[in-house]
Design a protein around this ligand. Structure first.
Ligand SMILES: [Fe+2]
Length: 274
């Protein structure tokens, strides 16, 4: 089990502001985050990572950028568009997806981003917020921790997540645009609510909330039932964000097809077979 108080990386986290090393303060942070997630499916912790550390993380991602895989596509919130559906069905309405992604294994173990992700205290904090007795960083070396880079005009399409939640850390904001937009609890386990989802895809704003955060903000978001996107980036400064993934199983691997789609990678197993 991850030790909540395992030597915190105090060169990375602003422990004066977020006292994860103090049991009572930590307990209050967990309770606040749980309350926020229940209310809106999204919680932000501004200034979680120190300014000097976040600048190093952004510089590292910029240096590694040539390794990133570029995607230009259009997808529905559920995956590729389905033909033959009645007009207005959201399973047939695709929105643009354009971004670059760095995989977990593009980063060295000494990377500040990787050090933060691999700090057991963060994993345990997230587990406590999510009410999980057992939680693991995703074992898949490509997917556990990655970084997406959005240049001018790039956008992340409206979608639902397949996993219960994701943790993100904004490394660098765009000059404008690049906002996180979401429609909280627009569907449930029992009701897809396709009519309301289609309304959002057509540009309806009634149910949409916008979050504009600064670099260094840690965000917790439950995206299984809340459709969400990143609005098109404006200006020449790329928006860069690190995404940390977790799973209840210690050995979570994604499919070869998903690895190829997200990172343009062929797994070693495939290369051996060829
Ligand atoms: Fe998502």
């Amino acid at each position: 089990m991850n030790d909540p108080f395992a030597a915190p990386p105090n060169d990375l986290i602003d422990l004066a502001r977020y006292r994860l090393d103090n049991p009572a303060s930590r307990e209050a942070l967990v309770a606040d985050a749980q309350q926020g997630l229940a209310a809106s499916s999204c919680v932000v912790l501004p200034g979680f990572v120190r300014r000097d550390a976040i600048e190093r993380m952004a510089a590292e991602s910029t240096r590694l950028r040539p390794r990133a895989w570029r995607r230009d596509d259009a997808m529905t919130p559920y995956g590729p568009p389905v033909a033959g559906l009645p007009p207005g069905d959201p399973r047939a309405i695709a929105t643009p997806l354009a971004m670059r992604t760095l995989a977990g294994d593009d980063f060295e173990a000494s990377s500040d981003i990787v050090r933060l992700y691999r700090w057991d205290g963060l994993t345990r904090f997230i587990a406590d917020v999510m009410g999980e007795t057992e939680l693991h960083r995703v074992f898949d070396p490509l997917f556990g921790c990655n970084v997406t880079i959005l240049d001018e005009g790039d956008t992340h399409h409206w979608h639902f997540d397949s996993n219960d939640f994701v943790i993100s850390l904004l490394l660098q904001s765009a000059e404008s645009g690049g906002d996180f937009e979401f429609a909280p609890h627009i569907r449930s386990a029992d009701d897809e609510n396709h009519g309301a989802v289609a309304e959002v895809l057509r540009g309806g704003r009634d149910r949409v909330k916008t979050v504009r955060v600064e670099a260094g903000t840690l965000m917790m978001f439950c995206g299984k039932y809340s459709v969400h996107r990143v609005s098109p980036v404006k200006g020449t400064r790329p928006r860069m964000i690190a995404l940390f993934s977790y799973d209840k199983r210690p050995d979570k691997m994604f499919s070869d097809a998903t690895a190829a789609r997200v990172f343009g990678r062929k797994r070693v197993t495939q290369l051996v077979a060829e």
